[in-house]
Write a protein that binds this ligand. Structure first.
Ligand code: GDP
Length: 199
């Protein structure tokens, strides 16, 4: 497993609209999840670069599609956090449309990493996204974030429940525990990314 590829990540660009994305070639893996789920912290933990994705205590700060370059052909993508109640409805619809259009049209998208807070998994917006990945046959991997907030036993029990639900929906998705705080599951994420990027 070559961690170096992730440690070399660098910020590429912030796209408020699809037109600003780089050409649709190479490979992208996108991170998606509700605001405040720990997405920025997860991208920082996976790349080992603190502050790469602006980790903010202000929910809803990530409002553009942010791209990080791993090498000439491969990129990590930070999609805007969805479902944050305090964002004005109009903005919310704009981000929703931006995410939907990215997911629907991006040919170089190799897989989606869906982040869910282990204490509140499978929210309605998560369920919709999972159903969409099943419909469109997009590979999906779920991170149950902030796993340090539960005891190990409770965390594993939640993981099993989520896996069972995914299985029940005939989703081929995989899931794991994740914590940016104690680095639980970082190696596992590298394994999934290696597979999708074909490293
Ligand atoms: P984002 O809005 O999804 O990008 O979430 P952030 O990465 O900015 O994190 C939101 C809040 O959750 C921050 O206060 C983080 O410090 C906290 N947080 C993120 N990851 C973890 C984690 O693994 N464990 C714990 N306990 N807190 C976390």
């Amino acid at each position: 497993m070559n961690k170096k590829r992730y440690h070399q990540a660098s910020f590429l660009l912030s796209a408020p609209e699809l037109e600003q994305l780089p050409p649709d070639i190479g490979s992208e893996v996108a991170f998606i999840g509700c605001s405040n789920v720990g997405k920025s912290s997860a991208i920082n933990a996976v790349t080992g670069i603190n502050g790469l994705a602006r980790s903010s205590k202000t929910p809803g700060r990530t409002q553009t599609i942010n791209l990080f370059r791993l090498d000439e052909h491969n990129r990590l993508v930070d999609l805007p956090g969805y479902g944050y109640a305090k964002v004005p409805l109009q903005l919310k619809q704009h981000f929703q449309e931006l995410i939907n259009n990215y997911l629907k049209t991006r040919k170089c998208l190799k897989g989606l990493i869906l982040l869910m807070d282990i204490r509140h998994p499978l929210k309605e917006s998560d369920q919709r996204l999972i159903q969409w990945t099943i419909h469109c046959n997009v590979p999906l991997h779920v991170l149950l974030t902030k796993s340090d907030k539960l005891t190990h036993g409770a965390a594993v029990a939640t993981l099993r429940q989520v896996e069972q639900t995914l299985h029940g929906w005939s989703a081929s998705a995989t899931a794991q525990l994740f914590s940016s705080l104690d680095h639980t599951g970082v190696d596992k994420v590298h394994g999934v990314l290696n597979l999708w990027f074909a490293f």
